[in-house]
Design a binder for this molecule. Structure first.
Ligand SMILES: [Zn+2]
Length: 119
């Protein structure tokens, strides 16, 4: 079955330098966030922090309402957030937490600390 040979060659998505840097930054940010959360947990504090889903930076701010954000104002939509690091802006927010984690958040954090052999 030689015909699968070509197909089996998994086409690796070639990342641009910028994308690579972004990815590395995201991993680094996620690690720092995770470490910070671990520290707080040791101190008995449970916190939620907001992190950018793109670059995982904790430097996410709730976007200032510019008057056009009436939907968020009346609670119809979540407020929009903006990332100071990469400029990401969305109405959703990814929270990193050391409280009970949702599966998705656990996955994200585990991804970030895959070489952390804690046990
Ligand atoms: Zn960002």
């Amino acid at each position: 079955m030689a015909e699968t040979q070509e197909q089996k060659k998994k086409r690796r998505k070639q990342l641009t330098i910028t994308e690579q840097v972004q990815e590395e930054t995201a991993i680094q940010n996620a690690k720092e966030v995770t470490e910070a959360l671990n520290e707080l947990e040791k101190q008995g504090q449970q916190v939620d922090i907001q992190v950018c889903p793109r670059c995982k930076s904790p430097k996410v701010e709730r976007a200032k309402s510019t008057g056009g954000d009436m939907w968020a104002h009346i609670g119809m939509l979540p407020p929009s957030y903006t990332c100071l690091e990469c400029g990401w802006q969305e109405r959703i927010i990814l929270k990193a937490t050391n409280k009970k984690l949702t599966v998705r958040e656990v996955e994200i954090i585990r991804e970030a600390m895959d070489e952390n052999g804690e046990g």
